[in-house]
Design a binder for this molecule. Structure first.
Ligand code: SF4
Ligand code: SF4
Length: 503
């Protein structure tokens, strides 16, 4: 088996490994809160009314936007509210959610078995089915899967990202150990849907059980399973593609621009469920871990289950906690557990509160430069970000920073470098928007000036034309008057001469 690696990154131990690979099935909760918008999606529109009874698996929100997906009831019961709830986001924003109160029956819609021989179906039909099943990227990105497959039509290679994004997240490892047959079959569906001839499942070398589970079920010559080092940030899409195929995705470009489709292994399992079992996405595996829980574990929970009820199953201590969702490195801190599991919720860290070390001055050790997996110069970027010189920071490819925090981890001065980079990017976006507004206002002003001058000139020309015309008419008038006077004089002369001659 070939060995793959990449420059930079860091080896991080799993701080709180799960005790076993078991995935605990969580009973359907009494209430679920389901957002109409996943991470980057447009909002779907409710397809139910308050008071309506719904069955598990029933469509409760639809959309015509290609950047959004359908939403399904994850329990049976009654729609008790359609209103805004906060979602786990640093800004604390709220989005419209559908709330279902359980009837305690978990009564499913009638599932019609789809023809398991998916090869008979066109890629368009499969993509449509994936869309109707409400599948989004389950690695955390949340991009609608049907849109991603559509964008990659004609891809030559399919990559299945079976790396956990970062240490501590263990949901994909458990998924591969429990559902290897479904994953291999899901990869076959995806190959047919995107048209690629070859698929590569990339798995970290510390996941031997998962590797062997997949190998046992893979009889397809078009699917390779490769091991990559358990090094953070091997799971970042661009880095994974570079590691496997030495393809460098340029700034501003996507994998699909290079004929590659990359999908998370959890998404592949959801595709299997949708196409082979005809079941929509209504549950997912979530890792609950951290220094404050007694039993770090993987749970399969219905979408919309409350964080608090899930964390309680891992026995958190009663002390105050620091809560981080999506991973210790690239996740986000949230104030409390008043949120619900979404399609993208892969992990929740519940940690004891520890004081953050004091930030000191940069000692120019250069360690941050060595670990950057994108080959950036974090030390240099830091100076420009700190002085708000975003143009110079962009010259040093600030835009390519994936905010992986490798540089933060190794910095002996504890400088929160990634925060500076994130701030500088936001500042650049703000300045760009302001500059666009200024440019638009200037263009409007300049056009107004031009219009006023043009109107003035046109008016002056028109007046001059009219004046000339009037003058000409007056001149013509004068010559007419002269001719009439001459005619009158001639008549008068004639008459006078007749009188004199006594005629
Ligand atoms: S956060 Fe950005 S600069 Fe720092 S190591 Fe990661 S990619 Fe490089
Ligand atoms: S690791 Fe920290 S102290 Fe060292 S050069 Fe980078 S920013 Fe400076």
């Amino acid at each position: 088996m070939a060995s793959y690696s990449f420059k930079g990154g860091i080896y991080l131990p799993n701080p709180y490994p799960v005790k076993d690979s078991e995935v605990r099935q969580v009973a359907p909760p009494k209430r679920v809160i389901l957002p109409l918008k996943q991470r980057f999606e447009d909002e779907a529109q409710p397809y139910v009314k308050i008071g309506e009874k719904v069955l598990t698996g029933q469509i409760i929100a639809k959309t015509i936007s290609k950047h959004s997906s359908y939403l399904h009831a994850s329990i049976s019961g009654v729609i008790s509210a359609i209103k805004k709830y906060p979602i786990p986001h640093p800004s604390g924003i709220e989005v419209m959610c559908i709330v279902i109160d359980s009837d305690g029956k978990d009564e499913w819609i009638e599932i019609q078995r789809y023809n398991q021989d998916f090869q008979h179906y066109s890629p368009e039909k499969l993509i449509q089915r994936i869309r109707e099943a409400g599948i989004v990227g389950m690695g955390g990105a949340g991009f609608p899967t049907h849109a991603k497959i559509n964008n990659a039509q004609g891809a030559h290679t399919l990559i299945i990202n079976a790396t956990e994004c970062e240490p501590g997240i263990m949901c994909d490892d458990a998924l591969m150990q429990h559902y290897p047959r479904e994953i291999i079959r899901g990869v076959e569906v995806l190959l047919h849907a995107c048209g690629a001839k070859q698929a590569v499942i990339a798995i970290e070398d510390d996941k031997q059980e998962a590797l062997h589970s997949l190998l046992m079920y893979n009889f397809n010559d078009h699917i390779d399973i490769v091991q990559i080092p358990t090094k953070y940030t091997s799971g970042a899409e661009k880095i994974l593609i570079k590691t496997l195929f030495d393809i460098e995705i340029s700034s501003g470009k996507f994998a699909s621009d290079y004929g590659v489709l990359c999908q998370n292994v959890g998404t592949v399992k959801a595709i299997y469920d949708a196409i082979i079992d005809n079941k929509p996405l209504i549950s997912r595996i979530v890792t609950i871990t951290g220094s404050a829980v007694q039993e770090p574990r993987n749970y399969e929970a219905r979408i919309g289950t409350s964080f608090a009820s899930l964390v309680a199953k891992s026995y958190p201590n009663p002390a105050p906690h620091q809560i981080r969702i999506g991973g210790m490195m690239m996740g986000i801190d949230v104030a409390n557990m008043h949120y619900a599991v979404y399609k993208t919720t892969n992990c929740m860290f519940v940690n004891n509160v520890v004081p953050t070390p004091a930030v000191q001055s940069c000692i120019r050790c250069g360690q941050c430069n060595q670990v950057c997996p994108i080959n950036l110069l974090p030390q240099q970027l830091f100076w420009y970000a700190k002085s708000k010189n975003t143009n110079r920071a962009l010259d040093y490819n600030l835009g390519d920073c994936i905010e992986c925090r490798c540089c933060d981890v190794v910095c002996p001065s504890h400088i929160p470098l990634t925060q500076y980079f994130s701030f500088a990017k936001a500042l650049h976006r703000k300045r760009t928007i302001e500059q666009q507004k200024i440019d638009t206002a200037r263009e409007r002003f300049e056009f107004k000036e031009f219009r006023v001058k043009r109107n003035k000139k046109e008016r002056a020309e028109m007046m001059a034309r009219k004046k000339a015309q009037l003058k000409q008419e007056m001149a013509q008038d004068a010559s007419k008057k002269t001719k009439i006077a001459q005619a009158i004089a001639r008549v008068k002369n004639k008459r006078d001469s007749k009188d004199e001659n006594g005629v």
